[in-house]
Design a protein. Structure first.
Lengths: 115, 107
């Protein structure tokens, strides 16, 4: 049973960069697509993007100019970096296994953008 | 982007009652529609994929139907543990997009 766990700072200042890592356990990252989804407090879900273990990516155009998703197969991890954050980036960030739908999810991590 | 319009935004039903949620896509998405259940403070859980296929381990009281632009999600007999918010999600075109959610409560 694949398990995912997000990690990273819970508080980021406006204009700074948000960095999160998802650690995959119980299976190899080199077998699937891996995605990030976020959810602002009290609101709906927003797809951020996905990465294949080879490093191939696809991003939401609304975030593309600020977003980098990367993978480290040696550590069984993939990561998200979002530049120049604003309060609108405050959300619970989920990592998940899959390209178009998501069977396995991390528990989510709340990232608050505040001075 | 494909817009997903989900309705109602909330509903209440009796235990044992039937619950129906609709999701309308802004363009034809064939059967590329998934349904998730999200309980407070938890990650979403996949219930239905490809519009009508039940994910392994999901109770058979959950079902989905539809194709093209109009989709329906049904709970045939509402149970107390089904209290949650339900989301549709299209995966026909990138960017993937979700409906606004339907909060289901017990009457």
């Amino acid at each position: 049973q694949v398990q995912l766990q997000e990690s990273g700072p819970g508080l980021v200042k406006p204009s700074e960069n948000l960095s999160l890592t998802c650690t995959v356990s119980g299976g190899s990252i080199s077998t699937n697509y891996w995605s990030w989804i976020r959810q602002p407090p009290g609101k709906g879900l927003e797809w951020i993007g996905y990465i294949y273990y080879t490093g191939s990516t696809n991003y939401n155009p609304s975030l593309k100019s600020r977003l980098t998703i990367s993978v480290d197969t040696s550590k069984n991890q993939f990561s998200l970096k979002l530049n120049s954050v604003t309060a609108a980036d405050t959300a619970v960030y989920y990592c998940a296994r899959g390209k178009y739908y998501y069977i396995s999810w991390g528990q989510g991590t709340l990232v608050t953008v505040s001075p | 982007d494909i817009q997903m319009t989900q309705s109602p935004s909330s509903l209440s039903a009796s235990v044992g009652g039937r619950v129906t949620i609709t999701c309308q896509a802004s363009q034809d998405i064939k059967n590329s529609l998934n349904w998730y259940q999200q309980k407070p403070g938890k990650a979403p859980k996949l219930l239905i994929y490809d519009a009508s296929d039940l994910e392994t381990g999901v109770p058979s009281r959950f079902s989905g139907s539809g194709s093209g632009t109009d989709f329906t999600f049904t709970i045939s007999s509402l149970q107390p543990e089904d209290i949650a918010t339900y989301y549709c999600q299209q995966c026909d075109n990138l960017p993937l997009t979700f409906g606004g959610g339907t909060k289901v409560e017990i009457k």
